[in-house]
Design a protein around this ligand. Structure first.
Ligand SMILES: [Zn+2]
Length: 473
């Protein structure tokens, strides 16, 4: 499980996205289909002819003639197929992309594309240019005309092959906006475009939108919690972050005992509890916010008992958050610390609100030690974790792992280290990894025998970490 440390993180949390749709089946590639059918027919005809010839010799001649005719016809057909002009939209039909189906249907029926200058003059509508499949369930009224117009533009300016050229698609979208007389740039990145084009969509009775990327599946009941762009951001950053995290675990040989090949099932709950969790019997993850999905994935890979809750939660946060595989997490921290810098929390902090005091103290500690607030990929998550853990202890304002466990599981925790917070457990695990090596931390995690692995027990390790924390921060 994973708790949201500060209540207003929720406000900033950029969650979920949009909808899903069952993509239209691309039409069967006709030339191939014809060849296959012809071959099958020829085989059948030959077998039947052979049987008939054996049974009824009197009809032999006729049968042979028929056979020859069949072969001749087959050859002719095959030649015709080879000579027939290739379908310029073969790659469009094979792409499985919903917007291309709509565009092609309009093109083939001779439908005139709408002029969408006024529509795109409203910048927020630019999101519709992403045209991921779920838009056609989410908002067909707006997305279909966009699909038709973009298709017509790309086809007329660059040709049919360009329609499926993911590398240049962002460029074509900007060119399309310019062609409307709008001085606007389409800002989505090529990587995100290509990635999101690989989404698969389906539906079932409980989950209207089921989105898959290879072995990672997200189940959404609806898309009421955010804008399409926010959903895209979440899906992209979480999924690529998960793949990167697994690659990292393998590259560092940290993957032994972790089920990195498993299927990851994310059920997006938003039940208001503020907690995400992994059900150990199934490995299914129930997600409440955009911060916890990688943390839960580590739980799912390393399902284990909770003799040492500080170790399992600390390790999940360390891999799932502190190593920066989901840049959105760092981006949200930067946002909060920038607010602290600009004085947004001063009034409440002066009034003694400890949550706001904590934010101010983290900002001060982080920047005093040289932490940067410039970019998500240069944000020092390790430093942030230490400073945060220290501020919590100083101000005595935090929920413990035991508190969280009780809320999620409806029973007392009774596990070693449950007096720590998530950030403290993470800071402790990071300290142990730096001091003793991640191999030992993982060995302790898998065996749950801290004493044998480190040569000392939890309390001694915690005391060492506290000395480090107080000296450094
Ligand atoms: Zn957890």
């Amino acid at each position: 499980m994973k708790k949201i440390v500060i209540a207003f993180l929720l406000l900033i949390t950029v969650l979920l996205g949009s909808c899903v749709n069952t993509p239209q089946e691309p039409p069967i590639d006709e030339p191939q289909g014809t060849e296959n059918v012809t071959e099958e027919n020829t085989e059948n005809a030959t077998e039947e002819n052979t049987e008939n010839a054996a049974e009824e010799e009197t009809e032999e001649e006729t049968e042979e003639e028929t056979e020859e005719e069949t072969e001749e016809e087959t050859e002719e057909e095959t030649e015709n197929v080879t000579e027939a002009p290739t379908d310029p939209f073969a790659s469009v039909r094979a792409s499985g992309e919903e917007w291309l189906s709509w565009g092609l249907a309009a093109h083939e029926s001779g439908k005139q594309a709408e002029n969408l200058k006024e529509f795109f003059s409203n910048r927020t509508n630019m999101t519709y240019l992403t045209l991921y499949d779920h838009f056609f369930t989410y908002d067909k009224e707006k997305s279909v005309p966009v699909a038709e117009a973009l298709f017509a533009f790309i086809y007329s300016e660059y040709g049919a092959e360009a329609l499926t050229d993911l590398d240049r698609r962002c460029e074509y979208k900007t060119a399309y906006l310019k062609s409307l007389g709008l001085d606007m740039e389409y800002v989505q990145t090529k990587e995100v475009e290509s990635f999101l084009a690989s989404m698969d969509f389906s539906s079932n009775e409980t989950y209207q939108y089921i989105i898959s990327f290879d072995n990672v599946t997200y189940y959404f009941k609806d898309f009421s919690a955010g804008s399409p762009a926010q959903y895209h951001g979440f899906l992209y950053h979480n999924t690529t972050g998960l793949f990167e995290m697994i690659e990292y675990l393998k590259a560092q040989d940290f993957d032994e005992g972790l089920d990195t090949e498993r299927a990851f099932h994310y059920y997006m709950t938003f039940d208001g509890s503020g907690y995400s969790k992994t059900v150990y019997t199934t490995g299914n993850m129930y997600i409440n916010d955009s911060y916890s999905a990688l943390h839960e994935a580590v739980h799912a890979m390393g399902i284990t008992k909770h003799d040492n809750i500080w170790l399992s939660e600390g390790l999940c946060n360390y891999f799932g958050k502190s190593l920066g595989f989901n840049e959105q997490i760092a981006a949200s921290y930067i946002q909060i610390l920038m607010m602290a810098k600009q004085g947004y929390f001063d009034a409440q902090a002066s009034a003694g609100n400890k949550q706001y005091l904590l934010c101010k103290q983290v900002y001060e500690g982080y920047t005093a030690r040289g932490g940067s607030l410039d970019l998500a990929n240069t944000f020092d998550l390790r430093l942030y974790t230490d400073v945060f853990a220290k501020a919590e202890l100083d101000l005595n304002v935090y929920k413990t792992l035991g508190d969280a466990y009780k809320i999620v599981n409806n029973k007392d925790c009774d596990s070693i280290g449950d007096e720590l917070s998530y950030e403290q457990a993470t800071s402790l695990v990071a300290y142990l990894a730096d001091t003793y090596g991640m191999e030992k931390v993982l060995e302790a995690y898998h065996t749950q025998d801290v004493e044998s692995v480190f040569g000392k027990g939890y309390e001694a390790l915690k005391a060492e970490w506290l000395t480090y924390l107080n000296a450094e921060n």
